[in-house]
Design a protein around this ligand. Structure first.
Ligand SMILES: Cc1cc2nc3c(=O)[nH]c(=O)nc-3n(C[C@H](O)[C@H](O)[C@H](O)COP(=O)(O)OP(=O)(O)OC[C@H]3O[C@@H](n4cnc5c(N)ncnc54)[C@H](O)[C@@H]3O)c2cc1C
Length: 270
């Protein structure tokens, strides 16, 4: 859509060249920005010319630039010992996307949107991702994805702050994983997206619940839990009012499918 409140689009080459003011918005893929009126925004600051490399493999893990496109993440092939890399495609498949969104949307834009059905939130939370944020003033700061998102379309980003990158630690990428996703309708938004990861020797079992809750939730266990332990932990952590209710599913439905799918991923890894 044409955004008739926009009077300027800036294309800086680096962060320190940006003169930020009220009414400015970072422009990444633009798939959400151009999908609805932005009445409070008059200036877009395009990230494209920052020229950040999309994906960088190091011994410590994978660094994903905020500007990495969904299609670039889809094409990534990691070292063979990173057994969790196939989870990238599984989460990308859960993203309700047209051809345009597939080729234009960025990983960072999806995380900043912080929607319950944000597939890149689910992916990076499940793989214990840590975000690097560049505030307008002051030093860069790091925050785990699971703490960054605070609710439906809510997060801790400050005005003018920029998401620079997402780090997925090698220790998480080496883990075995199991994933399940369900939608009320064919090709609909996720009602629940559940991932479990575990080390060899059955250590460090991590369950990530997303889409069914307003923000991603981690449940950690030293060893793979029993079915009863997992069920109890979910109920203890998520009371009846902790589920995300919308047109894509009622709260009781989301609680029900979370229990059902969590048991499936637990059993698969056990
Ligand atoms: C038909 C349709 C279906 C969609 N389906 C889904 C879905 O299933 N799940 C879902 O989560 N979303 C969905 N979306 C919303 C959106 O397209 C995606 O979230 C997409 O990933 C946003 O990425 P983008 O790069 O296009 O972001 P943009 O549209 O460019 O930006 C989105 C927001 O993030 C800010 N931003 C972008 N990058 C940064 C950065 N690096 N630092 C700080 N702020 C930044 C922008 O200022 C803006 O506020 C859908 C949209 C459409 C139109």
């Amino acid at each position: 859509m044409n955004l008739n409140t926009i009077v300027d689009v800036k294309r800086p080459e680096s962060f320190d060249k940006v003169e930020w003011g009220e009414g400015h918005a970072w422009l990444a893929g633009g798939t959400w920005l151009f999908s609805e009126p932005q009445v409070d925004t008059h200036t877009l600051v395009d990230l494209e010319r920052f020229g950040w490399p999309a994906l960088t493999v190091t011994e410590q893990g994978l660094d994903i630039a905020a500007t990495c496109k969904i299609v670039e993440l889809h094409d990534f092939k990691g070292p063979p010992e990173w057994r969790a890399v196939p989870l990238f495609d599984k989460c990308i498949d859960a993203f309700l996307m047209s051809f345009k969104i597939w080729n234009a949307a960025t990983v960072g834009g999806n995380i900043i949107m912080s929607l319950p059905a944000g597939a890149m939130v689910s992916l990076t939370a499940a793989l214990e991702g840590v975000l690097t944020l560049w505030p307008r003033k002051g030093e860069p700061r790091q925050i785990p994805v699971v703490d960054f998102v605070t609710g439906n379309h809510q997060n801790v980003l400050q005005p003018g702050e920029l998401l620079r990158s997402i780090h997925l630690p090698a220790s998480a990428l080496r883990k075995r994983f199991a994933m399940r996703q369900v939608s009320l309708t064919h090709l609909g938004r996720s009602a629940a997206l559940i991932v479990a990861t575990v080390d060899d020797n059955d250590d460090n079992f991590l369950l990530t619940i997303s889409a069914a809750t307003p923000r991603p939730v981690h449940l950690r266990f030293d060893k793979t839990p029993s079915a009863a332990e997992l069920r109890g932990a979910i109920d203890e952590r998520l009371p009846a009012d902790a589920w995300f209710q919308d047109v894509h599913g009622s709260a009781p439905y989301k609680r029900h499918v979370t229990h059902y799918l969590a048991e499936q991923v637990r059993a698969e890894l056990a």
